[in-house]
Design a protein around this ligand. Structure first.
Ligand code: ADP
Ligand code: MG
Length: 348
């Protein structure tokens, strides 16, 4: 029980950015706060850090290792930060940037020069930039800068690490490499970390646990497997990957496609959980036309359109696709293999 957020609400004027959020960040875990833009992720992170205060309420609290930190200043909270727009000091080289938080220490926390050198050398090794200590920020790539920002956050030996879309400004390949690198680093240092992202793939790949936020509320929390395979709401299912929405009824193992009869329900199906056939099978399929086939990649992505011009996305293995080899304009029958129906009504 490392960070506890208890009944936290944050309003800006009459806008509620966080609505009675309660959450526990377990010790040594890397937890992702995942949600669309405006869902309250940054607000929650800033409140944990002490950069913002939440609405006063006797039922609300933030606790670090069991103790309330209400009223504690940022420095007292001992948290390390990394933001999307790295704020490295441009006039300082890599060494000086990392050493900054240690050099400014005074009084009982003062650190001798030699000790600072040892600590920075250790951190340079950790971020795999051993030989770049004399470079200035504008002589580094975006990915290298973010690693320096991380080393700088770690220099003060924080009790927690907070990261707000740290790789958001980088291109896809660099992001992916940094993501894996951060995961390995976390396994090495086991520092309790909160990672904010709007990118579901990033959260799925990186986190021990995912907290899905929507409009200032927690929709679901769980391991990546749980939130992906057992979404509790249509919002979570939709946000954590592509999904198709059909209307109809489920009878036994079959879906009766029908959006007209009373009692039809929204039925959610992931693109890889739909099968396609050239002839209508006995169980009944949805007639569609092939609009686009994307063969590049590890799977085949097929875009279909049903009779009411609704788009349906299907993913097949190359092996399966090669059996029928559908072409643009062909009629195919879509049969959901696994369906999800939620209690509440939701439209995407
Ligand atoms: P996220 O990080 O998930 O994109 P934020 O936490 O930054 O979302 O913002 C949540 C909501 O609160 C947004 O609608 C945003 O406009 C609003 N908000 C955030 N900070 C402020 C502020 N300082 N003043 C007014 N509204 C704010
Ligand atoms: Mg944000």
């Amino acid at each position: 029980m490392s960070i506890e957020i208890i009944n936290v609400t944050k309003t800006f004027g009459n806008y509620t950015a966080l609505n009675n959020v309660s959450l526990v960040i377990p010790d040594g875990k890397l937890v992702a706060l995942l949600g669309p833009s405006g869902s309250g992720k940054t607000t929650l992170l800033r409140i944990i850090a002490g950069l913002d205060v939440f609405d006063a309420n006797p039922k609300s609290d933030i606790r670090f290792k069991g103790k309330s930190v209400i009223g504690h200043r940022i420095a007292e909270r001992q948290v390390g930060f990394v933001f999307q727009h790295y704020a490295l000091f441009r006039h300082m080289n890599v060494y000086q940037n990392i050493a900054f938080g240690l050099k400014v220490r005074r009084g009982k926390n003062w650190m001798p020069r030699q000790q600072i050198r040892e600590r920075v050398t250790e951190l340079l090794h950790l971020i795999q930039l051993d030989n770049l200590e004399r470079r200035y920020p504008d002589q580094l790539s975006g990915g290298q800068r973010q690693r320096v920002a991380l080393a700088r956050a770690l220099a003060i030996e924080p009790q927690f690490l907070l990261l707000d879309e740290p790789f958001g400004a980088l291109d896809a390949k660099v992001r992916q490499n940094l993501r894996r690198w951060l995961r390995q680093l976390h396994e090495q240092i086991k520092l309790t970390s909160v990672f904010v992202t709007h990118d579901q793939e990033e959260a799925l790949e990186l986190a021990d646990e995912i907290v899905v936020l929507n409009q200032g509320k927690i929709e679901q929390e769980g391991t990546p497997d749980e939130v992906f395979h057992e979404p509790k709401s249509a919002f979570v299912m939709d946000f954590l990957g592509s999904v198709n929405l059909f209307h109809g009824r489920i009878e036994g193992a079959s879906v009766i496609f029908d959006s007209k009869t009373a009692g039809h329900r929204p039925i959610f199906v992931r693109p890889h959980e739909i099968d396609l056939f050239p002839e209508n099978p006995n169980t009944g399929g949805l007639p569609t036309k092939v609009r686009r086939v994307q063969l590049a990649g590890s799977i085949v992505k097929i875009e279909l359109q049903d009779e009411s011009q609704r788009e349906i996305f299907v993913e097949l293995s190359h092996e399966k696709y090669n059996v029928y080899n559908f072409g643009i304009g062909d009629t195919v029958f879509a049969v959901p293999q696994r369906t999800v129906v939620f209690a509440e009504y939701y439209s995407i």
